[in-house]
Design a protein around this ligand. Structure first.
Ligand SMILES: C[S@@+](CC[C@H](N)C(=O)[O-])C[C@H]1O[C@@H](n2cnc3c(N)ncnc32)[C@H](O)[C@@H]1O
Length: 236
């Protein structure tokens, strides 16, 4: 049986059954093969900007006997991917800025009933801000943690309703609404990350306004987690 790691499993769980999926930056093609092997979707376009990963994905698809339901496209983002093959668009394992630039460069991403499943590795607040200011909504997020990292996977759609998100939302996203142990852990680590940034900046320039800004955000996240724990205890 073919199994995905927890990060890609979370992404797969957001894919709608029966949709034509485009896996942008497919690399090894694990997610694409999994969706087909599980019979979740009829067709996947596996695209990558580099030829070598596409060859690996092809070999993988052959091994799992799904070559008849998968298309391979050498493409920078979605540039060479036909719109009808990208009902659900998965972009995992890239930096937040790169994901935002792929979204921004796609001519059809705001048309039709499309779902975006995004899993940024870095610049996550940047990506949340980009999405909201450009009219997308983040409907759900799932946190996944292993020993070293916590990841978040976002489920988004275009809603033609640009909003200016507050700074706290850019750092927490929808995770406070998920109320899972992993989202708690993700938010704890985000507060620690912000506190570390504040301490680092303070060393070289104590007057830098980022010091207070990051500390304030870290405190807000900690307060949110405290309230969450208290509510849980009251409910028990
Ligand atoms: C770290 S791998 C992530 C693989 C897989 N999506 C995952 O999450 O496990 C990133 C992949 O994205 C591809 N990539 C980078 N920039 C891209 C772009 N602009 N368009 C398409 N693919 C890109 C790379 O070649 C690489 O195969």
């Amino acid at each position: 049986m073919f199994e995905l790691d927890a990060r890609l499993s979370a992404a797969a769980s957001f894919v709608r059954r029966g949709k034509r999926v485009c896996d942008v930056g497919t690399d090894h093609g694990y997610l694409a093969v999994f969706l087909l092997k599980e019979g979740m979707v009829p067709f996947v376009t596996a695209c990558d900007v580099n030829e070598k990963p596409l060859q690996a994905a092809k070999a993988h698809a052959k091994q799992y006997d799904v070559l008849d339901r998968i298309g391979f496209i050498l493409s920078d983002g979605l540039q060479a991917v036909p719109s009808e093959n990208a009902e659900d668009i998965v972009i995992c394992g890239m930096g937040g800025e790169l994901i935002a630039s792929i979204i921004g460069a796609c001519s059809y991403i705001k048309e039709g009933d499309r779902r975006l499943i995004l899993q940024p590795m870095t610049q996550i607040p940047f990506l949340r801000r980009y999405l909201l200011t450009n009219g997308f909504v983040i409907e759900r997020e799932k946190a996944v943690c292993d020993r070293h990292h916590c990841y978040t996977v976002m489920m988004c759609r275009y809603a033609d309703s640009p909003t200016v998100p507050n700074e706290l939302f850019c750092h927490t996203g929808m995770l406070p609404f998920e109320k899972t142990a992993e989202s708690y852990q993700y938010l704890e680590r985000e507060a620690q990350r912000l506190a570390r940034i504040a301490a680092g900046v303070e060393k070289s320039n104590p007057q830098d306004e980022r010091v207070q800004h990051c500390r304030m955000l870290a405190k807000q996240i900690q307060a949110l987690l405290k309230g969450w724990k208290q509510n849980e205890q009251t409910a028990e």
